[in-house]
Write a protein that binds this ligand. Structure first.
Ligand code: ACO
Length: 374
């Protein structure tokens, strides 16, 4: 049987840092509230669009595998809010990488997009459609945040991660997964202002209002991630004791802890970096995977469990067998262009743009008060 081994990995975090103290300069919030409710201490704000982060993360994944971009058969970009719709983001990444033989696909299941991409690419490799695929999970959410809403603005950050999959006869890569969606709760996280239903009402693209039922998302996330984890393990006749490291979606430390308790896993075997980056949506799992490797937390032959959830409310868990190599074969010279501003300066620019939208589109916003504050 053909399997899809993970042979390369890379991440790209934009350099500008936004701390909890920065947020409290314009929101009624403080470090104590954010840390105690979420575990988050800081997050990154990107000065470039998602595609640029994706190219750097992808170049690093290719170098880690010692592979030329021309060897790629497929590029998947998993993301909630891409840079563009037509052409898609993946075609831009394909072009800039020089992956001339690759198909290019965007995939959106919100925060679970990277993992749904892992399922998609693995299935294509198993069935012989292709041999080599790059799966990217990235998010540049900061331009789409409602920076005046303390309920949501403090929770998110930007970043990108990527893995390279290659066909192999060895039993490596994805062993089993469970995918699902609580569509009855899709209204619990509804980003209004991005999409045709808002353009039709004259809302400026990206002027968002977040409908966000935190406690409902919290409850569903814990149930969905834990259940998916148990189902994925059961599909291979494994128990949580067989898992060496759980690398969950990093949306909130309390969610991670609650999922860990439900799964019955020792907290020492759960990887956490939400304090550094907050919730990077589709990027959290691939970035956490890369950092777990960098920190020596993934041993050759390790069994990993990757549970996640996102808007939709989509949920899933992926059981992965690592190969023999846990260090990159090479490094890439790819880097982001320099960033002139601090995190707070970049956010204040975004806040100014948002205020301009509100001033210029007041009649449209007033006419759509069912969707938007005026
Ligand atoms: N600073 C200070 N106070 C705040 C802040 C803030 N940043 N945000 C909200 N509050 C206030 C609220 O106004 C509310 O005040 P009130 O009681 O006077 O109305 C109060 O704090 C709510 O506090 P708690 O009930 O303690 O909040 P809770 O424990 O529910 O935590 C949180 C809120 C962090 C949002 C939690 O519900 C959560 O993490 N939910 C899941 C969110 C999530 O993961 N979202 C991502 C979804 S999908 C994806 O990953 C894209």
């Amino acid at each position: 049987m053909t399997h899809a081994a993970i042979t390369g990995w890379g991440k790209c975090l934009p350099p500008a840092v936004l701390t909890n103290a920065d947020l409290s300069t314009f929101l009624e919030t403080d470090d104590e509230w954010i840390v105690s409710r979420t575990g988050m201490k800081e997050r990154r704000v990107s000065h470039v669009p998602l595609g640029e982060l994706a190219v750097v993360a992808a170049s690093r994944a290719l170098a880690a595998a010692g592979l030329d971009a021309a060897a790629l058969d497929l590029v998947i970009v998993g993301s909630t809010m891409g840079d563009e719709t037509a052409p898609n983001v993946a075609s831009g990444v394909q072009l800039r990488l020089g992956a001339v033989n690759a198909a290019a696909m965007d995939l959106n299941t919100a925060c679970t997009s990277f993992l749904y991409g892992l399922s998609t690419a693995t299935a294509m490799i198993r069935t012989g459609v292709l041999k080599t695929a790059l799966v990217i999970g990235g998010e540049v959410a900061t331009p789409f945040l409602d920076w005046e809403d303390r309920n949501t603005a403090v929770l998110f950050g930007d970043g990108c991660g990527a893995v390279l999959l290659q066909a192999t006869d060895r039993e490596e890569g994805l062993l089993a997964e469970k995918l699902g969606c609580y569509a009855d709760a899709r209204g619990a996280l509804d980003i209004r202002g991005v999409g045709g239903r808002f353009a039709n009402r004259g809302i400026p693209y990206g002027y968002t209002r977040w409908i966000f039922d935190g406690p409902e998302i919290f409850k569903r996330a814990v149930i969905g991630m834990a259940q998916a984890g148990q189902d994925a393990l059961a599909r291979r006749g494994l128990a949580i004791g067989d898992v060496d490291l759980v690398i969950p979606h990093q949306a909130n430390l309390r969610i991670i802890d609650a999922v860990g308790r439900r799964l019955g896993v020792d907290p020492a075997r759960v990887f956490v970096n939400v304090h550094r980056y907050a919730n990077m949506s589709a990027a959290t799992v691939p970035v956490a995977l890369v950092e777990a490797l960098e920190e020596g937390r993934v041993q050759p032959g390790a069994t990993l469990l990757l549970p996640a959830f996102g808007a939709g409310l989509t949920w899933c868990a992926h059981l992965v067998r690592w190969g023999t190599r846990t260090t990159p074969l090479g490094a890439s010279a790819a880097e982001l262009p320099p960033c002139a501003g601090t995190g707070l300066e970049l956010v204040n620019e975004l806040r100014g743009r948002r205020a301009g939208f509100a001033a210029n589109a007041r009649p449209q916003l007033e006419a759509a008060q069912d969707l938007f504050r005026s």
